[in-house]
Ligand binder design. Structure first.
Ligand code: HEM
Length: 761
């Protein structure tokens, strides 16, 4: 393009023909490279990639000058090669171009956020935080799973008034992140690949499957809320707010006013459709992002124990030993400063979400061409030493002491807070979820500081501290710290007890919700089976549970929530590797058809293990797992091990199929065995005893011990986390306590921990 008179091109690295500088940008930590270039070429420079000009802004002031002050031309979004209709389709508000659909949707999103503050929606984050803390206390090494559960369940409740869509939401949302991230799908880097026809494009096929599943879920969620409203049992949610207001004639994102009744109905449905997408996008945004700073908090506490001690002191003195509540925020400026500093120290969206410029522009003598993609490089903005001295250091004081004039602000009852923070974008496209983020982070970080002392983990063999990385983050648009080891020690017995009480209260509510939404849940779990969307293991810790269950269907009971029926064997079957050793726990009466990661041919006919309450990750899979590279070999072998183990009482027939005789199990001894090189099968029960898990005594049965759970948790060697819950329910006709077992049977796993408790069936 010819430069306008008096202007010059932006500086930047020399571009190679066609590819520009693609080869220089690493897949992981790309923002570090762009930051490095900012040191060489200045706070605003350009690169080219496959013909597209990318402008990188590393100064908050320049980002405001362009994206906020000149918002009339800098508020568009670029086209995403791997999602070519992102600017027009109306499916994802955050990715829409600057058009009427975006304006309407943004307004509606704003309205829903605003009115939700007035409704009782905001109990949800506290409820889920309470559930989260106890789960974390039980197995800190499962932190990623529990954090993801927290974020997706909280936003599901906010969006649809129920946590049950959370699991599929995680699944489809992660897929979307891959679809749109430069490092997630090749066409986003090599843009001409987007022209491949569907049949030849693995990226398009994958995206289509993902989108179909997402669409089904969103529609079903609306249907669910409507049905609940009809019977007066809909919990508060964004979508309920919308539907209620629409019924009352209040809110409408109306695309057109219509004359006839039919037209009016159609227009209403179009509005509902639009609201469905707006709320869907809010759910996606919430499920994707908030886990990043929660994980970064744990990372920060490993490296900066002194700040943890100070935070605990603030909470202990101001709240007299109580766990922080949202209402306490005025009293806890340090906690708010920690929240903000975590985001500054490790920005969740380090490259920013790009804008696009619609008309040629000149800034400070530099020419910026129409159509360029404009990135506010959040990583660099948080490292600007003039605003954040010693930027690499985690230092919440920068928001609390007047000696940091560029970031300090009074009154401390109000500041620091996240409102207007650069990390949530600029101009007309700023993030609309800040109030949710603020509350979620305040509650989780405050809750963790109240409950735990987080430390680096000690190697039991050498006694030395296990290393914790400093800045090893996942490569997609929303970056999260890669897994690291740490310990979370409950600070005292009283707090542990309190956590348990808080958890019980949270789960109690959930049980009610579950029974209400069971039909819906079963349907959505069915889609999960259809969905077969594959994800990267390292990113999606629950993957093997998602993919891995045999076509015996029932092998894993997922969140079926079905209590065992008296007279029918509820066969608890646990098959996991214990540090390289296979454990099978079961009464062997069939059940356990198809195990995670098998080649999918198990046709379990036996009674199905079913649990009254299951954890999220026990999701029904499709029996076609095993294609995952990480799992294939071991999964297959575990499948056969599983079958033969079950065969100790059940019958193994044909090629891997497992059948059983339900009635024979009553009163029979459960089979417990260890297999493998490092353990004798005979010492299985002793080993379990040693782990604190004992068979329930008659007295305990007599007492009708309820709600005691034995949790067997397997962490796969590919860092999947699977959990088994054995929950004593009611005494059966036989006078014993039945155990429902929820097992995400994630073969290839190691049992990482067995929570002490009693089991029996
Ligand atoms: C730690 C959590 C979060 C971070 C760091 C974050 C960050 C961002 C950023 C950087 C943008 C782009 C701003 C721009 O283009 O200038 C954005 C957009 C957006 N965010 Fe968030 N976000 C978070 C959570 C949420 C949540 C929970 C919601 C739920 C409502 C949400 C809703 C949105 C929406 C709707 C947009 C698009 C606005 C538009 O394009 O007009 N975000 N966010």
């Amino acid at each position: 393009k010819r430069l306008p008179a008096g202007s010059r091109p932006l500086p930047g690295p020399t571009n190679l023909p066609l590819i520009g500088r693609v080869h220089d940008v690493p897949e992981k930590g790309s923002w570090l490279k762009f930051y490095e270039w900012s040191k060489v070429y200045g706070p605003v420079y350009q690169t080219k990639m496959f013909g597209v000009t990318h402008v990188w802004i590393s100064s908050e002031k320049i980002a405001h000058d362009l994206l906020s002050r000149r918002a009339n031309i800098y508020s568009d979004r670029p086209q995403i090669p791997n999602l070519p209709d992102n600017r027009t389709s109306g499916d994802y508000l955050a990715l829409l171009g600057r058009n009427d659909t975006w304006k309407r949707q943004r307004k509606l999103c704003n309205h829903l956020m605003h009115t939700s503050a007035l409704a009782s929606l905001h109990d949800y984050p506290t409820l889920e935080r309470n559930r989260f803390l106890y789960l974390l206390s039980q197995s800190p090494e499962d932190y990623i799973e529990y954090i993801e559960q927290f974020t997706s369940r909280t936003i599901s409740r906010l969006s649809w008034g129920s946590a049950h869509p959370a699991q599929i939401l995680r699944h489809t949302t992660f897929g979307l992140l891959e679809t749109i991230s430069p490092s997630g799908a090749l066409p986003n880097v090599i843009s001409f690949l987007r022209h491949l026809p569907l049949a030849l494009s693995p990226w398009q096929k994958k995206e289509k499957a993902r989108h179909d599943l997402e669409d089904k879920q969103f529609r079903s969620n609306i249907g669910f809320v409507r049905r609940m409203m009809d019977v007066g049992r809909a919990e508060p949610s964004f979508i309920r707010t919308f539907l209620e207001e629409q019924q009352g004639g209040g809110v409408s994102s109306s695309k057109k006013s219509s004359a006839s009744d039919t037209d009016e109905e159609k227009a209403k449905e179009a509005d509902v459709d639009e609201a469905m997408h707006v709320v869907g996008l809010m759910a996606i945004a919430g499920a994707l992002t908030i886990g990043s700073p929660i994980q970064s908090y744990i990372l920060a506490m490993c490296h900066y124990p002194e700040w943890q001690a100070r935070l605990q002191e603030e909470i202990d003195t101001k709240l007299a030993g109580r766990c922080p509540m949202w209402e306490d925020r005025e009293k806890l400026p340090l906690l708010r400063a920690v929240v903000k500093e975590v985001i500054r120290w490790r920005p969740p969206v380090p490259t920013g979400i790009p804008h696009a410029i619609e008309k040629d522009d000149v800034y400070d003598g530099y020419f910026i061409p129409a159509g360029a993609t404009i990135h506010a490089l959040e990583w660099a903005i948080t490292r600007d030493e003039s605003t954040y001295p010693s930027a690499e250091t985690f230092n919440p004081s920068r928001f609390l002491l007047p000696s940091y004039p560029s970031t300090y602000r009074e009154p401390l009852t109000l500041y620091p807070n996240l409102s207007g923070f650069s990390q949530f974008g600029f101009g007309r496209r700023t993030c609309q979820g800040v109030p949710i983020v603020e509350q979620d982070l305040f509650l989780t970080m405050g809750g963790m500081a109240w409950a735990f002392t987080i430390t680096k983990k000690t190697d039991p063999l050498t006694g030395s501290e296990l290393p914790v990385h400093w800045n090893d983050y996942t490569p997609l648009l929303i970056a999260k710290p890669c897994r690291f080891p740490f310990d979370a020690h409950p600070r005292d017995e009283g707090k542990l007890k309190k956590m348990r009480e808080m958890y019980d209260e949270a789960v109690e509510g959930e049980e009610m919700e579950r029974s209400e939404s069971r039909e819906e849940r079963e349907r959505t779990e069915g889609w999960m089976v259809e969905g077969k969307v594959r994800q990267k293991e390292e990113e999606i810790p629950w993957q093997s549970a998602v993919e891995g269950v045999g076509a015996g269907g029932p092998g894993v009971f997922g969140r079926s929530g079905v209590t065992g029926v008296a007279g029918v064997s509820v066969a608890p079957v646990v098959n996991v590797d214990v540090r390289g050793t296979v454990v099978s726990v079961g009464n062997g009466e069939g059940g356990g058809g198809g195990q995670a990661g098998t080649q999918g041919q198990d046709q379990g006919q036996g009674p199905q293990p079913q649990g009254p309450r299951q954890e999220e990750k026990s999701v029904v899979g499709n029996g076609e797992a095993g294609e995952d590279e990480n799992h294939e070999t071991k999964s297959t072998s575990t499948s056969s091990r599983t079958s033969s183990r079950l065969g100790s009482r059940g019958h193994e027939s044909g090629s891997g199929s497992v059948t059983g005789t339900p009635s024979a199990s009553w009163g029979s001894e459960p089979s417990l065995s260890f297999r493998g090189s490092s353990a004798e099968s005979s010492d299985c029960e002793e080993r379990l005893e040693a782990l604190g898990i004992h068979r329930q005594t008659e007295e305990e049965v007599e007492e009708g011990v309820k709600r005691r759970r034995v949790r067997i948790k397997a962490v796969s060697n590919a860092s999947s986390t699977i959990e088994a819950l054995m929950v004593p329910t009611t005494p059966s006709e036989k006078g014993v306590v039945q155990l429902g077992v929820g097992v995400g049977v994630g073969v290839d796993g190691v049992v990482d921990e067995i929570v002490p408790g009693a089991w029996r069936w």
